[in-house]
Design a protein around this ligand. Structure first.
Ligand code: PRP
Ligand code: URA
Length: 209
């Protein structure tokens, strides 16, 4: 699939299997999401540009690589996207953070916006949108619409699980946005849930129903 990277690393796949298990505790689910966030962050930042700078080791001067360009923006979609954030910030502590509050109307499955706060100088920063679930893609598309309206020009999307329908719709709406995911599942069910999936990510992460 163009534009889609499936992260097949055994640690990611193992942790995803643990998360799918309906018996996994809220605490365990949240911890695993955090750990996978870190691993996915490693993959999505794999091609960041570097520049050579002169440093001095205790023994001598040398030229060494350093990440160049402006600090990244991490953009979790509330609520469940927050589950990725700490793991990603552990790897990239200097990243800026945009918060995007969206929920899915259970009848229409349309995304309803309730909060948006992003850095003003987002236009020349790589922006990484994160949400564990890409189902209909309505939430992802709405989030990226908001970020682009704010000025974001280079956007990537990271999720844990995607439905084929969601991947196709996101690629149609934002063909410039590449996707990283741990798996693309079979399909959406009649209620817009990913199957086999893992259920409602926000509810499982926060222990709500
Ligand atoms: C879930 C999930 C995504 C969205 C995905 O959030 O975290 O944001 O659904 O579905 P979509 O691709 O069909 O838009 P939800 O709307 O349940 O909100 P919550 O995180 O606040 O529980
Ligand atoms: N949102 C979720 O949390 N899970 C799904 O399967 C679909 C949307």
């Amino acid at each position: 699939m163009d534009n889609v990277t499936i992260v097949t690393h055994p640690l990611v796949q193992h942790k995803l299997t643990l998360m799918r298990d309906a018996e996994r505790s809220t605490k365990g689910f949240r911890q695993l999401l955090n750990e996978i966030g870190m691993l996915l962050c490693y993959e999505v930042t794999r091609d960041l540009p570097v520049e050579m700078v002169e440093i001095r080791t205790p023994l001598q001067a040398m030229m060494a690589p350093r990440i160049s360009g402006k600090k990244l923006v991490f953009a979790p979609i509330l609520r469940a996207g927050v589950g990725f954030l700490d793991g990603m910030l552990d790897l990239v502590p200097s990243a800026r953070v945009a918060h995007i509050g969206l929920y899915r109307d259970p009848e229409t499955l349309k995304a309803v916006e309730y909060y948006f706060k992003a850095p003003v100088d987002i236009d020349d920063r790589l922006t990484i949108v994160m949400d564990p679930m890409l189902a209909t893609a309505n939430s992802a598309i709405a989030a990226i619409d908001l970020l682009k309206k704010r000025g974001a020009r280079e956007v990537r999307f990271v999720c844990l699980l995607a439905a084929p329908e969601g991947v196709a719709k996101l690629r149609g709406a934002h063909p410039d946005v590449s996707i990283w995911t741990a798996a693309v599942d079979e399909r959406l069910n009649d209620h817009g849930y990913i199957v086999p999936g893992l259920g409602d990510a926000g509810d499982r992460m926060f222990g709500t129903k």
